[in-house]
Design a protein around this ligand. Structure first.
Ligand SMILES: C[S@@+](CC[C@H](N)C(=O)[O-])C[C@H]1O[C@@H](n2cnc3c(N)ncnc32)[C@H](O)[C@@H]1O
Length: 266
């Protein structure tokens, strides 16, 4: 049976309790708290749950790496990595596209949120014009790195060929410009029909603030500014939900997933 998406951080399947890789052993009551959550959750609650779960995941080898800021190399995971990891875990995401790899810290954190039994069937793809941290990525052979401009037609084709179904999450963290980010959203939501879109740096500059305001207006309750929850108050962090989570007990038919909203450019 295909386990439903967007359900539990812990799944009981064929008599086995699945636990995400890198997760510390937690108490029974901690897990039961998650298991009792309803399916039609508000995004805020989903985000709080993700962060709470993510804080329990060991991300010590997920470094941010090189930056253009005052600190030239960040030798630790940043706060939103815990959010991303917990989000992948609590929503049981397996098919994920990241635009903007840098050193790989964010996609590695997402990978740490995968359930152990899902790693083999997961499809994690990350795109960047640069290719860094060969050594660090050796521990993550299941992460598919594509080098190139995410808006380039050939790159789009390579990305599409990397997935065998619609994706669960599109995470965009590349050039923080209005047109560039909007174009990435439009291309990849159209081609890969993600369940969620996560945008980093929604408060970083006027361009990103403008884009986020438009998205909030368009998606209403299905857009949530998770900057506070993910401890990214300064730069900002936003989540958009594009499809309904799976219904309890219902087998997922991935191709039948229907977007609740028209493309952004429409
Ligand atoms: C902020 S960093 C990504 C950080 C990473 N997601 C993390 O959280 O660890 C932005 C990255 O986007 C990449 N980038 C910029 N423009 C791009 C483009 N057109 N296509 C693909 N990647 C791009 C840059 O090379 C840079 O590595």
């Amino acid at each position: 049976m295909t386990p439903p998406r967007g359900v539990f951080p812990l799944i009981y399947t064929r008599g086995v309790i699945l636990k995400p890789e890198g997760l510390k052993d937690l108490t029974r009551s901690y897990w039961l708290k998650f298991l009792m959550k309803p399916y039609s959750q508000h995004l805020k609650e989903i985000c709080e749950q993700a962060m709470e779960a993510g804080k329990q995941i060991n991300l010590s080898d997920c470094l941010y790496g090189e930056t253009t800021g005052s600190c030239s190399f960040i030798n630790r995971p940043t706060n939103y990595y815990f959010f991303l990891s917990g989000f992948a875990m609590t929503q049981r995401l397996t098919h994920i596209l990241e635009i903007g790899t840098n050193y790989g810290g964010s996609i590695m954190s997402i990978s740490k949120g995968l359930h152990e039994d899902d790693i083999a069937c997961s499809q994690l793809v990350t795109v960047d014009i640069v290719r860094k941290n060969e050594t660090g990525f050796k521990k993550y052979p299941h992460i598919n790195r594509i080098q190139g401009d995410s808006l380039d037609e050939e790159v789009v084709k390579k990305v599409m060929a990397s997935f065998d179904r619609d994706i669960d999450l599109l995470y965009i963290d590349s050039l923080h410009e209005y047109e560039h980010t909007k174009e990435n959203i439009n291309i990849y939501t159209d081609k890969l029909n993600p369940g969620y879109v996560v945008l980093d740096d929604i408060r970083q500059c006027d361009d990103m603030k403008k884009l986020w305001n438009e998205l909030e207006e368009k998606f209403g309750d299905n857009a949530f500014d998770a900057s506070d929850v993910s401890m990214r108050k300064g730069a900002g962090f936003g989540i958009i939900r594009l499809s309904k989570p799976a219904t309890i007990g219902k087998k997922l038919t991935f191709t039948a997933k229907k977007s609740l909203h028209p493309p952004l450019s429409a």
